[in-house]
Unconditional design. Structure first.
Length: 277
């Protein structure tokens, strides 16, 4: 399994990571996000759950904007969690890094872990295959936006595309067993009255995470951003369920969708701005 290393963010800050070349893609996706454009607010002292946190870039994004926020970052893959834990501890105040996946019920689950692209790691093999195919297209420059093509050029994958086994090495998988809990269980264990933003990025397990929310806990979740890897139909089905629960929603794209992978973002909000919990 990959050891952690360090790399620099565009602003010069040093962070821990699994693979430095992954970070540019994630920074492009996360740090260019305009939540306000989708009706999402980020209270400075809010409560934030990042489910599928990988190395913690979203926690860094939140801390830059929410100086007193409470950030709970969940990541089940050991190598990514090691980087997450280091990055969470370096924040002021620190975020809480939690070595768990969230799902429908407590227990354990087998994942396909991608040492070469840790952010692709998934418990849904079919989703992993679709995402891998889409990312191969992006790395080859097919259908990618100018911004994504610039990233591909910067990290040097274009020059290595013709190397024997380069892409195969990127998409090699290992089986990893990880512990799973439910979101409602975590709310109860932490004594939280509510969540200002629940972000879910779990490479195909988004429905499982949502299924782990007890009906009595739904009113405690004010806003969600769900990255859906299950295609347009499932995206619209999840959106419809959120609307039924009283959320205002919108759907956005994802950089991987430019390469043909069916990945979308659902933004959902209701109620007034939160505060300390």
């Amino acid at each position: 399994m990959s050891a952690t290393t360090t790399t620099a963010l565009p602003d010069g800050r040093t962070i821990q990571c699994v693979n430095p070349y992954e970070v540019d893609f994630s920074v492009h996706e996360i740090f260019s996000e305009d939540f306000a454009a989708h009706g999402i607010d980020l209270p400075v002292d809010g409560v934030y759950f990042d489910v599928g946190a990988n190395i913690g870039l979203f926690a860094i994004y939140l801390r830059d904007r929410c100086a007193q926020g409470r950030i709970f970052a969940y990541e089940p893959m050991p190598a990514a969690f090691a980087a997450l834990a280091g990055n969470a501890a370096a924040l002021t105040p620190p975020a809480e890094a939690i070595p768990l996946g969230l799902g429908r019920a407590p227990g354990t689950l087998e994942f396909d872990y991608f040492p070469g692209i840790s952010a692709l790691s998934t418990a849904n093999r079919a989703v992993g295959e679709k995402l891998s195919a889409g990312l191969r297209e992006v790395l080859a420059g097919s259908g990618a936006s100018e911004a994504v093509r610039e990233i591909v050029e910067r990290i040097g994958t274009t020059e290595r595309m013709e190397e024997a086994d380069f892409l195969d090495s990127l998409f090699r998988t290992e089986r990893v067993t990880a512990e799973i809990d439910t979101l409602s269980s975590q709310l109860a264990k932490r004594g939280l009255a509510g969540i200002d933003l629940l972000k879910i990025d779990t490479e195909g397990a988004e429905k499982e995470v949502l299924a782990g929310i007890a009906e009595s806990d739904w009113p405690k979740i004010r806003q969600l951003m769900v990255e859906v890897h299950l295609g347009r139909d499932e995206t619209e089905a999840i959106e419809a369920d959120l609307k039924r629960r009283g959320y205002r929603t919108s759907i956005g794209g994802h950089p991987l969708s430019e390469g043909g992978a069916p990945v979308f973002h659902i933004y959902a909000s209701r109620g007034a701005t939160g505060g300390k919990r």
